[in-house]
Design a protein around this ligand. Structure first.
Ligand SMILES: [Zn+2]
Ligand SMILES: [Zn+2]
Length: 491
């Protein structure tokens, strides 16, 4: 074949599809992407990237195209240098995100998760992820990613599921996993707990309302003393009674107030600490307490405390010994702990009713425009409601100490270096991690409760009877683990 002849057989335009898959298959067939552990034993220098597993929620987007290309460049560069280069691929089951995609499909089909039931729903999600998961892996191949496909993993694989269970049990044995009451981010529509990242929301124009709580007649002289000392929150009502002013962006929560708080060193309010104030609309008296959390410089220096509906207030209540009173249902309507007039009202209807009734009683001091962050459910955009509930937690302090030490002593380094500070601040201010999710898609929590004696069992193997009383009536915890509980063990 002469040169002129060859030129004639070339297609006018380059068709990558006709060429790339053949070349790619050749690489795979000849085992170029594998890494032989024996070479490391013989002194080979390993270079390993564990893929951040893409969520099986949907096929890949351009962001994946970028970050996987970067990983591929690094791994191919090291491979060509003769290092024992290994890129481990796989996918993430992506708990709430995947469950929501399938739930939306069901709604479009005129049915629902509850209509299907737990088992059938989980089967349905498996069907869905079988399709998207395979497509994701095919997409990675199509852009040339040189992963060792013989090592492909999925976060719900049997092996990883065993690892998840083993780690849960071990951490529980080491007292690093516990069950506790806690204020969580809660979506009243999805009826599930959300992580901080899943409940970020955005800055929005809102209102700050100023509410007045009357001071009982017998404390009038203390109120007068506080007002004379410059206590801005203490003023007289039209009828001559003394009252406190507190401010809130969520007036309906006042129905669950169990105290008001000032800073212990705020001398203005000294005469009032330890006394009671009347909580309007609820017909209760609540105490005035002192707590370091309160910022004396902010507003009037006095805050209302709603322990069951605000994470900071929950902590104040713990320190000051205040009652925790939950006044809302899981769907964020007022429950039977709220005064009768508001029971059954949705939180936003209750807000209007509370403001109207306070106004009628001359106890609404005013309203200011207030721009603030309103957290929203990242799946459905519903305003998140802080909620008191029983959840499982990982005690992060002892682990963060080790992780911090590893950064301080140079065992772990960051590129670029400025992220070291971000990481260290994160470790220094770590909070316990809420790992339970009210979902069906994910690793079920390996805890069983005895229906007869209440024994709680955290186990590596499924039990057949209660270890305390021998009863066969056992119920497994219905929740699943946060999707990160498996990806933190990846691969
Ligand atoms: Zn939601
Ligand atoms: Zn029992």
């Amino acid at each position: 074949m002469g040169p002129a002849e060859g030129a004639q057989t070339l297609p006018k335009t380059f068709d990558p599809a006709a060429v790339e898959s053949r070349i790619y298959q050749g690489w795979v067939d000849r085992g170029y992407f594998g890494a032989d552990p024996a070479r490391v034993k013989e002194g080979g220098d390993p270079y390993v990237i564990v893929i951040p597993p893409p969520n099986v929620t949907a096929v890949l987007h351009m962001g994946h195209g970028l970050n996987n290309t970067v990983q591929d460049v690094l791994i191919r560069w090291r491979r060509m240098q003769g290092r024992v280069a290994l890129w481990v691929p796989g996918t993430d089951h992506a708990g709430i995100a995947t469950q929501n995609v399938v739930e939306r499909q069901l709604v479009a089909e005129g049915t629902s998760r509850d209509a299907l039931g737990r088992e059938a729903f989980v089967d349905r999600v498996w069907d869905f992820v079988g399709t998207t998961g395979n497509q994701i892996l095919e997409q990675l191949k199509a852009i040339g990613c040189s992963c060792d496909w013989t090592r492909t993993r999925f976060t719900l694989d049997e092996g990883l599921s065993r690892a998840v269970r083993e780690v849960f049990v071990r951490l529980h044995e080491a007292d690093l996993i516990y069950r506790g009451e806690y204020i969580i981010n809660w979506c009243p529509r999805c009826l599930t707990a959300l992580s901080n990242e899943e409940a970020e929301g955005s800055e929005s124009d809102g209102s700050l309302w100023h509410l007045r709580y009357p001071i009982p007649q017998e404390s009038a002289s203390s109120a007068e003393a506080a007002a004379a000392a410059g206590a801005e929150a203490v003023t007289r009502l039209g009828d001559g009674r003394w009252a406190l002013t507190v401010s809130t962006t969520r007036p309906e929560t006042m129905l669950g107030d169990t105290g008001v708080a000032v800073h212990p060193e705020d001398a203005r309010y000294g005469p009032l600490v330890g006394l009671d104030v009347e909580l309007p609309l609820a017909g209760r008296r609540i105490p005035i307490v002192a707590d370091e959390y309160v910022d004396a410089e902010f507003g009037t220096g006095m805050v209302k405390v709603t322990p069951a509906h605000d994470p900071n207030d929950f902590e104040i209540a713990g320190r000051a010994g205040l009652t925790v009173l939950n006044v809302m249902t899981p769907a964020a309507a007022m429950n039977d702990e709220a005064p009768e007039a508001y029971r059954g009202l949705d939180r936003f209807e209750a807000r209007k009713a509370v403001l109207r009734d306070l106004e009628d009683q001359g106890l609404l001091a005013g309203r200011d425009d207030h721009r603030h962050n309103i957290p929203r459910c990242y799946r459905c955009d519903t305003v998140v409601e802080p909620r008191l509930s029983e959840q499982w937690f990982v005690r992060m302090g002892p682990m963060a100490e080790k992780a911090l030490a590893a950064s301080k002593d140079g065992t772990v380094t960051f590129t670029p270096g400025r992220w070291t500070k971000v990481y260290e601040q994160w470790m220094e201010n770590i909070r316990d991690w809420c790992i339970s999710r009210q979902l069906w898609w994910g690793h079920r929590i390996p805890v069983w409760y005895c229906d007869d004696c209440g024994e709680v069992m955290v186990l590596r193997e499924d039990p057949t009877e209660c270890r305390a009383c021998g009863s066969g009536g056992l119920t497994q915890d219905p929740d699943v683990l946060d999707t990160w509980f498996s990806s933190w063990l990846w691969p």
